[in-house]
Design a protein around this ligand. Structure first.
Ligand SMILES: [Zn+2]
Length: 328
């Protein structure tokens, strides 16, 4: 039995967009598309995306509207959709709530975290991209080299310092963060390590995670974060997959790792409120112990569910030579 080396597609991935980098610098084409009724405008208002009401939440795009575009702080070309229509994100955060486009109850501004897992994956990925780019602009208004104002260029894919003596260019960034499910063989079964931060909802526990620091590899970051947070030393970190996580600007890099034998769990209270080992059956019966898992849209949840789904017989087969296991 072979275990897949590739995760199934994650939420916020696979945006059905041709990003067409060359079109970003074609000012005439950009102007024409912003006047083209077929173009699709995805407004972002204060960290909220526009979501169409209905049984299944859906991304709501508006046709270009002169008033909306005039009021937008920034306009970003996202790319061409599968029908060749130009897609843009616009930041309308400066508007007060009553001034938002009148959508007659057909749509609402909502945080993607609330609805992402319920949406079509491609649509969620477009909204995640729009959110990430708009938030990047909002947080990078000034040049980080000289402090002068920076302005949007290349259809929103670069900000340029306006001071000619400086002229520094700043590009949209994603912050790499490792996120890992650590497991430990316990006789014939195995357990996984979950932790929680004090600010999380009561009962929620998740995989460990942390930002990659300058000068370290992803594997080193996995080992460092796990040891810092729990005292556990790990072996064999294995990359599983990545997920853009625009809350606000992370790129999550998912790993599995095995705990080294003989090291005691020691929770670092400065980082975590709690960390514990859980068996598969404890996680499956989590309601009975008051445990909740991270949202279905997260790679954390996928790492946990992939582990739950692994055939326990496979683990049995692997360890059979080392020690006999009882029948399940
Ligand atoms: Zn500058």
């Amino acid at each position: 039995m072979s275990r897949s080396n590739v995760m199934k597609p994650l939420f916020y991935t696979g945006a059905p967009l041709d990003r067409d980098e060359a079109l970003r610098r074609d000012d005439g084409w950009q102007r024409d598309r912003l006047a083209d009724a077929n173009s699709r405008i995805f407004p972002v208002w204060r960290e909220h995306n526009l979501i169409a009401a209905g049984d299944t939440p859906a991304a709501m795009a508006l046709p270009p509207d002169g008033v909306l575009l005039e009021r937008a702080d920034v306009v970003v070309f996202l790319g061409l959709d599968e029908e060749g229509r130009a897609c843009f994100a616009v930041d309308i955060s400066a508007l007060d709530e009553p001034a938002l486009p009148n959508l007659a109850g057909a749509a609402r501004f909502t945080t993607l975290r609330r609805v992402g897992a319920l949406m079509d994956r491609g649509e969620g990925a477009i909204l995640a991209t729009a959110r990430a780019l708009v938030l990047w602009h909002r947080r990078h208004r000034f040049c980080s080299v000289c402090g002068a104002r920076a302005e949007s260029r290349d259809a929103g894919h670069v900000r340029a310092c306006v001071r000619p003596e400086c002229g520094a260019l700043h590009f949209p960034r994603s912050d790499p963060a490792v996120i890992m499910l650590v497991t430990q063989r316990d006789g014939c079964s195995d357990r996984c390590l979950l932790g929680r931060q004090a600010k999380w909802p009561k009962g929620m526990m998740s995989t460990l995670a942390g930002f990659v620091e300058p000068g370290e590899t992803l594997e080193e970051a996995v080992a460092r974060e796990v040891e810092e947070e729990t005292g556990i030393r790990i072996a064999r970190p294995r990359y599983r997959g990545s997920q853009p996580w625009p809350f606000p600007a992370s790129l999550m890099l998912g790993f599995r790792a095995e705990a080294a034998a003989g090291v005691e769990l020691r929770v670092n209270a400065a980082e975590l409120e709690d960390a514990r080992w859980f068996s598969r059956s404890e996680i499956r019966d989590r309601r009975s112990i008051g445990l909740t898992l991270p949202g279905r849209d997260s790679i954390a949840r996928r790492l946990i569910e992939d582990w739950l789904d692994e055939d326990e017989g496979e683990g049995k087969a692997q360890s059979e030579e080392a020690q006999p296991c009882p029948a399940w």
